[in-house]
Design a protein around this ligand. Structure first.
Ligand code: LMR
Length: 407
């Protein structure tokens, strides 16, 4: 008999404990399993049209038709992605406001892929660097940076009554607690989960504090075009760069091109000069190589095809504007319908919020009640995906919210 046959059986996997479901995507799993015919998923940030479907944009369909005819290889892409795509990312975010030789741009699998590479870069090149994150922030920010061992602290973002931006709290935390050289995570627009953005004047103030404390801005730009407009939404980044010569910007095309499942985004490191940009790029590529090796082709090829064609670009602008305007109409309809739904609760504070999400102010218990008693799924923080609401189910939603608020 061999030695292994005699030795006691060891189970490596038997003692593994079950992880809790993901704070956002786990809710969609629960939604799918819910047999209720009147269920509603307002958790994950995905746009739905009036029929409840997440559409493929017309410009995307046309770009795909063109790609089918001309794609010649499925060979690997460079580690940093397709250079034409990377320069289009630069056009969209920076325009002609910056000397392009200062930029190191990578094509990444979605915005999350970019954030993970940013985390790996901070950990490998700038450690020990502490990252200051807004409270609250996107539920996945903390695990993404924690997975690379980046230490984190939070700064105040939301006012105590949970309806507005706490500019004094944020400035005070950064001024009095952050140490020179540390990094600060910012949401360029459509803050996730609150939908509450700083004003241009507040951005200018934030930019000055970052500069005076030598803090590195790490900017998440996942919703370009869903706030005020494609150009308008870059204003916060330009304000930050006016005062700060270095930054990292992670952008996503999941939402504004509706390319959620294609995983398409970017990371741009802004350096003081071209040699720092080149050296940083070499290190970013090392982080990519030991993570996903090189990015996927298809989603970025779609974006490149659209941005490289004037007609497709103008269709995209129109389709994006239509999504943005409809989301704002839904937000207004929600606020109006809540007025007559019976809770006596005024949701007018939602109106100035931007982008896909609104922070309802519902607490964890009320969120659970919405799910358990009404099969309506929103994120535990009280975040509602306005982009998932529908005109013809607004009464149902508002009556459920009113019941939860009254109980
Ligand atoms: C969200 O916040 O719902 C989206 O960014 C999707 C995700 O990956 O969490």
């Amino acid at each position: 008999m061999t030695e292994s046959a005699n030795s006691p059986k060891i189970s490596r996997f038997g003692s593994i404990t079950t992880a809790p479901p993901d704070a956002i995507l786990g809710l969609t799993e629960a939604f799918v399993a819910d047999p209720s015919p009147t269920k509603m998923n307002l958790s994950v940030g995905v746009y739905k049209d009036a029929t409840g479907k997440t559409p493929i944009l017309e410009c995307v369909k046309e770009a795909e038709r063109q790609l089918v005819g001309c794609e010649v290889t499925k060979g690997y892409l460079p580690i940093s992605g397709v250079s034409e795509y990377c320069s289009q990312v630069g056009d969209l975010i920076f325009g002609d406001t910056i000397d392009r030789s200062r930029l190191a741009t990578l094509q990444t699998p979605g915005g999350t892929g970019g954030l993970r590479i940013a985390a790996g870069f901070l950990a490998s090149q700038l450690a020990p660097i502490r990252l200051w994150t807004p409270s609250p922030t996107w539920a996945n920010h903390l695990p993404v940076f924690a997975s690379e061992g980046v230490p984190m602290e939070s700064y105040r973002y939301l006012s105590a009554d949970r309806t507005s931006f706490d500019i004094e709290g944020m400035i005070d935390d950064l001024q009095s607690k952050a140490k020179p050289g540390e990094a600060v995570l910012l949401h360029a627009c459509c803050h996730n989960p609150t939908g509450i953005d700083p004003t241009p004047e507040q951005w200018a103030e934030i930019a000055k504090v970052l500069a005076s404390k030598h803090l590195l801005p790490v900017i998440d730009f996942a919703y370009q075009g869903f706030g005020k407009g494609l150009q308008e939404d870059t204003a916060s980044i330009h304000a930050v760069l006016k005062e700060n010569e270095e930054a990292i910007v992670c952008n996503s095309f999941s939402k504004n091109f509706g390319l959620y499942s294609e995983r398409v985004g970017g990371l741009t490191l802004v350096a003081a000069d071209d040699s720092a940009a080149k050296a940083s790029m070499s290190q970013l590529k090392k982080v990519v190589r030991c993570n996903y090796s090189n990015p996927p082709r298809h989603g970025a090829a779609i974006v490149s095809t659209i941005l490289g064609d004037e007609d497709l670009t103008s269709s995209w602008h129109a389709e994006l504007a239509a999504m943005r305007d409809r989301i704002q109409q839904l937000r207004t309809q929600f606020v109006e319908t809540m007025k007559t739904a019976g809770s006596g609760h005024d949701f007018t504070f939602l109106l100035p919020q931007n982008g896909m999400f609104s922070y309802s102010g519902l607490n964890k218990m009320q969120v659970d009640q919405l799910k358990n008693e009404h099969s309506i799924y929103i994120v535990g923080s009280g975040r509602i995906n306005v982009a998932g609401m529908s005109e013809n189910r607004m009464e149902q939603l508002c009556s459920a919210v009113a019941q939860v608020l009254e109980s």
